[in-house]
Design a protein around this ligand. Structure first.
Ligand code: ADP
Ligand code: MG
Ligand code: MG
Length: 199
């Protein structure tokens, strides 16, 4: 079973990874964006860690809802509202249960990913975070490790795609040949999840 502490540890692990990978994320956002993805997420997840410490939410749903709200209010770029919506809607779907099982979490995360697709209008293959998140959710029924592999493969597979959403889409065909920064950070988020689960 997964409790509030598991989700707090997931958010903290994500913050640590984002800090390590911030330069790489910003470098990926340089040729096809505005070179701020790493700093956007670093600021956002630092604020998430601080908010979780300050408020001490005591259910899985409350942890993710607070994390999502914090990202929305601290990250100005496209990724703030999108990741914020992912976590907030996943948290809302978890309700007020003190513990949830893996299957319930997989269902809730799917609700969150659907909300991101609704908000941003991106479909699979549009070269966005969805290309890592959706395969991860599909694989989460098997294991956290399978979700991590699926997200990593999904992020790598964005390289040959032409962007159809977000800033990178302004480049048209020139967006081809670059890995999407948001799909890469989604793979980091899911890797932190697997790490937290000990997989
Ligand atoms: P900004 O583009 O505003 O500077 P970031 O650099 O933080 O924001 O985030 C860019 C990432 O956000 C992209 O690499 C892409 O994965 C994701 N993204 C942008 N627009 C969308 C969208 N409409 N739907 C899903 N993901 C998107
Ligand atoms: Mg950017
Ligand atoms: Mg920006």
């Amino acid at each position: 079973m997964l409790d509030a502490d598991f989700f707090r540890r997931w958010m903290t692990a994500t913050a640590v990874s984002v800090e390590h990978e911030a330069e790489r994320l910003t470098a990926l956002d340089s040729p096809i964006g505005d070179a701020d993805h790493g700093s956007n997420l670093e600021r956002g997840f630092r604020a998430v860690t601080a908010a979780l410490e300050k408020d001490g939410p005591d259910t899985p749903g409350a942890v993710l809802t607070l994390a999502g709200r914090t990202l929305i209010s601290t990250v100005g770029g496209a990724s703030g509202p999108l990741y914020g919506t992912l976590l907030r809607r996943t948290g809302k779907a978890l309700g007020e249960a003190a513990e949830i099982d893996e299957r319930e979490f997989a269902q809730a995360l799917r609700t969150g990913v659907d909300a991101v697709m609704q908000l941003g209008g991106a479909a699979p293959g549009d070269k966005t975070m969805i290309d890592a998140l959706l395969p991860a959710v599909d694989a989460l029924g098997q294991s956290f490790a399978a979700a991590r592999s699926a997200a990593e493969e999904g992020a790598l597979a964005t390289t040959p795609l032409q962007a159809r959403k977000g800033r990178a889409s302004y480049l048209g065909e020139r967006s081809i040949g670059h890995q999407d920064p948001g799909a890469t950070s989604s793979a980091i988020l899911i890797a932190a999840l697997a790490e937290t689960a000990g997989e």
